[in-house]
Design a protein around this ligand. Structure first.
Ligand code: ADP
Ligand code: MG
Length: 378
């Protein structure tokens, strides 16, 4: 439980009117296809971010975060435009902007989603603020609307061209389930993901690597997907089958072809993973994770040595499957393992990192948890 209500009083001298919480996420499978209208299968982790908010009677926004030493950032509402230059507070401000809030606020943030580890602390932060504001101002936005609005905030205000997955799962996930999300229309289906009762665990390995290629690399991948749709004359890669892709090979550059081969095969792996989960076939799920990793490494080329070593070491230690998750070039990998092998798997990965002269990785495990919720209202 959080002490955010007490922290709020210490920092702002009054009690908050609302506290909301929103989780980080891990994407089981369906990587780099949310922006191609694909299916993805993420789940919410138990780590979450809390936002405590109170309305002010002026036009000042004051924001502080426990993870930023409680330092208050003060901004006038008139400066909350996409030209705003700042630091971490751009994330909560992007929500204030996207939800068109026209009144001053005191906002306190606290959370335990690891920052910058590929577990989407950014979406957790945005969705906690959005859920609190939606309640505080009785805005009546649906979860789909909040997902689109927070994505718009991150895209246009923060300037990060993220897809719709992170915000959707942070808002819509349910305990015990992975969320099959159709990124075309945001329809969802909860898919039972009860690893624990099968003696399994999902190990999350934060490689602590952050290669600077990230931003340009992401844009370049998206551009290949978009130029392919234009050349083939379809509106999204969702409409493309593997056969059609092969038939159109002459229209495409080799780079476009392999990038899009990742997208098309990954979309079909997500649907196979749903079937595997429905049949409790965790070995098949493991194989699909391995195929996803190979495709991200070889066709989409967004992996990096640290992620590959983490995946290979997990598999050598007996994992059913493993893959990089998130944007790539660093960040985290996941491994589906027997729960009784957790300590051995961790030590094998640690040893492999030492042998490769990599920075020591961090490990997390998480069961599928609940999406955003209001946890206190005045
Ligand atoms: P990820 O979403 O994978 O964690 P991002 O780079 O997208 O990585 O987002 C991380 C950024 O979000 C941090 O650098 C910080 O600016 C902001 N952030 C997330 N959570 C918090 C928090 N609790 N307090 C302050 N800033 C946060
Ligand atoms: Mg993020």
């Amino acid at each position: 439980m959080t002490l955010i209500d007490k922290t709020f009083v210490e920092v702002f001298g009054q009690t908050p009117s609302v506290i909301a919480a929103a989780p980080g996420r891990v994407n089981l499978i369906g990587e780099h296809i949310d922006y191609s209208d694909g299916f993805v299968l993420p789940f919410a982790i138990s780590d979450r971010t809390y936002a405590a908010i109170r309305i002010r009677d002026d036009r000042k926004i004051r924001i502080a975060s426990v993870q930023r030493r409680h330092k208050i950032v003060e901004v006038n509402l008139d400066s909350v435009t996409p030209n705003y230059i700042g630091e971490w507070e751009r994330y909560p401000l992007s929500v204030v902007w996207a939800l068109e809030i026209a009144q001053g606020l005191d906002i306190m943030i606290d959370g335990n989603v690891p920052l910058g580890a590929g577990l989407s602390s950014s979406a957790a932060l945005e969705c906690s603020v959005a859920t609190a504001l939606n309640h505080l101002f009785s805005l009546g936005h649906s979860l789909e609307d909040l997902a689109r609005l927070t994505q718009k905030g991150e895209n246009d205000f923060v300037g990060v061209p993220c897809g719709i997955m992170d915000q959707s799962v942070s808002l819509m996930a349910h305990v015990g389930s992975a969320l099959l999300l159709d990124c075309r229309d945001l329809t969802t289906k909860n898919v039972d993901f009860d690893v624990a009762s099968h003696g399994l665990e999902l190990l999350i390995i934060d490689t602590q690597a952050h290669h600077s290629l990230t931003d340009g690399g992401y844009a370049e991948r998206r551009a290949s997907c978009e130029s392919t749709t234009r050349k083939i004359g379809i509106s999204t890669l969702r409409d493309l089958t593997l056969n059609q892709l092969h038939a159109s090979r002459d229209l495409l550059t080799e780079t476009e072809f392999i990038r899009v081969r990742h997208a098309v095969t990954e979309m079909s792996r997500v649907l196979q993973a749903v079937e595997a989960l429905e049949n409790k076939d965790f070995h098949l799920l493991g194989q699909l994770l391995n195929q996803s990793h190979a495709s991200l490494r070889d066709d989409y080329t967004v992996s990096c040595p640290e992620l590959n070593v983490a995946v290979e070491a997990a598999l050598s230690a007996g994992a059913l499957g493993a893959r990089m998750v998130g944007g790539g070039f660093g960040g985290s990998a996941i491994a589906l393992i027997e729960a009784r092998n957790t300590a051995d798997t961790i030590s094998s990965i640690e040893t492999a990192f030492v042998n490769s002269n990599f920075k020591a990785p961090r490990f997390f495990t998480s069961l599928p948890s609940q999406g955003a919720e209001i946890i206190m209202r005045a």
